[in-house]
Structures are given as structure tokens and as C-alpha cells.
Design a protein around this ligand. Structure first.
Ligand code: SF4
Ligand code: SF4
Length: 195
């Protein structure tokens, strides 16, 4: 966990430096549009382990609300023939069936607030800034407004590779694959259902 905490501290330094260069934080106050279609977003085991700390610290009623949102998403996508494995394999394609619907919202978004903010996954820490994603520079359309290429993008590829490395020791014997990921709706369901 220490290495993962170092990684997110480093990300925090790099996002702060980019915000300083740009002269302000990139996101308008109160915007959470990017949390609206992330219910099936897949995360690494290193991110999941950290996120589990934040979820377990939530008051019982909030955990219940988060779990119910995750369950609603899972019911919807499974009615459409998806399973956990299919969601991971389909990637963003699986988000299309829930996009724009309440089932598409991140289960940890309650009343427009991220209830696990300090424990959020890596992409949630960097989206809004220009990021190097494979060969492309990606950026939220609402931020940097066509000026993102003026800045050196955050090395998201490197962050993701670090997450995969840190996830290897967390894999079960059956899942030795370093790229193993889990959709957040399923992760929440596994973690909170029995509570
Ligand atoms: S974890 Fe938080 S920041 Fe990330 S998508 Fe969910 S609500 Fe948004
Ligand atoms: S990244 Fe974009 S959509 Fe997300 S909070 Fe910032 S401005 Fe809003």
C-alpha cells in the first residue's frame, strides 16, 4: 500500500503543478459530469484495495445507498446480457447501454458528491487535465478548452502501468494476470453486499 500511496502523492504533485501552470484548477465548481457514466469503469486491484478503505469507512446508511446504486447498475447490464467478464472485455462499449441513465452513474456519487473522494481511482484524479493515453493526448472537453496541447500531458500510461505492477501481488492464484481489472459496480457489490 505504501507504494500506491506514493503513486497517488506523486499524481497529486503533478496535477497541482499543471494547475499552477494553467493558473487555476481546471474543473468548474459543482461539475460532476464525468462521474455520470462510470458505473462500469474497470479499475486495477491496487486501486480497488485503496478504494475499499474509503468504502468501509462510510456510515452504514451511505454504504447501503452506494451498494443499492451498484446493484441497480448490475441488474440493468445483466438484463442486457452482460456479466462482469463481458463488461471488462467490452470496455467503454459496455457503458453505452447505461449512458445517460441513472444506472450509468458511479455508485459512489451521491447527491452530486463523491463519497470516497480521498480514495478515488487514478483516472478520477487526473481527468480534467490533459493526459497521455496510449498515443493520444486526451482531455475533458470542458477543461483547457483547446489549449491542452500547450501543456505537457500527465503521464497516465505510466500511472496505469504502475498500478498494474502494484496489482500483481494482490492477484489470486487463479488470476495471475497483471492486467486483471474489476468494474466498480461489481467491486462495490462484492465489498458491501454482506454488510
Ligand atoms: S469514484 Fe468518485 S470521482 Fe470517481 S467516478 Fe466515482 S464519484 Fe466520480
Ligand atoms: S473533468 Fe470535466 S466533466 Fe469532470 S468535473 Fe471536470 S469539468 Fe466536469
Amino acid at each position: 500500500m505504501d507504494s500506491y500511496l506514493k503513486l497517488i502523492a506523486n499524481i497529486s504533485d503533478e496535477t497541482r503543478a499543471l494547475a499552477d501552470q494553467a493558473g487555476s484548477l481546471p474543473c468548474p465548481t459543482g461539475c460532476f459530469d464525468c462521474c455520470r457514466n462510470t458505473a462500469t469503469m474497470s479499475i486495477s486491484l491496487a486501486e480497488a484495495k485503496h478504494l475499499s478503505i474509503g468504502l468501509k469507512m462510510l456510515p452504514h446508511q451511505i454504504q447501503k445507498n452506494v451498494q443499492e446504486k451498484a446493484e441497480r447498475t448490475i441488474n440493468k447490464i445483466e438484463q442486457e446480457g452482460y456479466s462482469e467478464e463481458k463488461v471488462v472485455m467490452a470496455g467503454v462499449e459496455s457503458a453505452e447501454i447505461i449512458k445517460g441513465h441513472v444506472e450509468g452513474e458511479c455508485p459512489m456519487l451521491l447527491s452530486g458528491v463523491c463519497v470516497v473522494y480521498d480514495y478515488r481511482p487514478i483516472i478520477c484524479r487526473v481527468w480534467g487535465y490533459p493526459i497521455q493515453n496510449n498515443l493520444e493526448v486526451a482531455c475533458c472537453k470542458k477543461t483547457f478548452l483547446d489549449s491542452e496541447r500547450k501543456y505537457k500531458p500527465l503521464p497516465y500510461n505510466q500511472y496505469w502501468n504502475d498500478c498494474k505492477e502494484l496489482s500483481i501481488p494482490l492477484n489470486s492464484k487463479q488470476k495471475k494476470d497483471a492486467t486483471h481489472r474489476i468494474p466498480i459496480c461489481y467491486f462495490v457489490q462484492y465489498l458491501l453486499k454482506s454488510d
